[in-house]
Design a protein around this ligand. Structure first.
Ligand code: F3S
Length: 293
């Protein structure tokens, strides 16, 4: 059995940076340290942070002292103002690419455009970008939201960094036909597209795909969808222990990929467990040959 790991799998630049920062602060600081919401959509990474006393709190008003770490998705500006009012020390780990999307949205609003965000309305990153437009932007998830765009004249578009290019293209094509002026910032992060393209390519070459990452991680779920869509048997797992040796019967090639929020140590555990399964299969195969011989 051949095991092929996608070249780009696991933590992206922004998540890696946020995790490193949080681990360092957890180890160095004496006072209380909180992240506002789980730093990463991965329960094992959250647990690792708890080990250095970095706790998760979802409501800024409940953090009464110490340091608050802003995660890579960013927050609306009023949350930063609130943290300042509460005299908290703020460590802003917003990914620089997300900050660009926030800045672009703010500029568009100031230039008088009707701001349109291509993204998921419940995603914290989108909620944060919305805040930079005084909560005036229109959020468009897919075609079913296009009716919200009627009557716009001058539209300015930004995208959630993990948005698919296809959705952004559909939105801009629609707007182009309906508005007299259109300005588009392509704020999609290349990491996402690169991982998705690689997952699609790899899943066409193997008999089975293993996708590693939090069940609550949107980008991991999307990778699993892409692999399934290419017709290959796909298993989405969070941890090595979930691997079932029966999955690997009659499998010659296995591809592995992992979401942008999946820590490297989990990928390593999965690879180790798969090598053990592989060895066991080869031993069984040899035994069968010897018995038959
Ligand atoms: Fe940043 Fe892109 Fe990751 S926007 S958080 S590097 S997916």
């Amino acid at each position: 059995m051949e095991i092929i790991l996608a070249e780009h799998a696991g933590f992206c630049f922004g998540v890696n940076r946020a995790m490193d920062l949080a681990l360092k602060i957890g180890k160095d600081k004496d006072g209380k340290v909180h992240t506002l919401g789980p730093l990463i959509h991965n329960p094992q990474a959250v647990k690792k942070l708890e080990e250095v006393d970095v706790r998760v709190e979802s409501d800024i008003e409940k953090i009464t002292e110490g340091t608050v770490i802003i995660r890579s998705h960013g927050v609306p500006p009023e949350i930063l103002e609130q943290a300042e009012k509460q005299e908290l020390e703020v460590v802003n780990a917003t990914c620089p690419f997300v900050k660009t999307a926030q800045r672009n949205a703010k500029e568009l609003m100031e230039e008088g455009y009707d701001v349109v965000i291509s993204g998921d309305q419940d995603h914290p990153e989108v909620i944060a970008i919305l805040g930079y437009t005084d909560n005036q932007a229109i959020i468009v998830q897919d075609e079913s939201d296009f009716e919200k765009l009627d009557n716009l004249k001058k539209a300015g578009v930004v995208a959630q960094t993990t948005q698919s290019l296809e959705r952004l293209q559909k939105l801009t094509a629609y707007l182009l036909k309906n508005v007299s002026e259109l300005k588009v910032y392509n704020t999609i992060c290349t990491t996402t597209g690169q991982r998705q393209r690689e997952a699609a390519r790899l899943s066409k070459k193997v008999d089975m795909m293993i996708v590693i990452g939090g069940y609550n991680s949107a980008n991991t779920n999307r990778l699993a969808e892409i692999c399934s869509e290419s017709g290959v048997k796909t298993h989405h797992i969070e941890r090595a222990e979930e691997l079932n040796k029966d999955w690997f019967k009659n499998i010659k090639k296995v591809g592995i990929t992992a979401g942008a929020s999946t820590p490297n140590w989990i990928i390593k555990e999965v690879l180790k467990r798969m090598s053990e399964i592989k060895e066991k299969h080869e031993e069984n195969l040899e035994e069968n040959i010897l018995t038959k011989g």
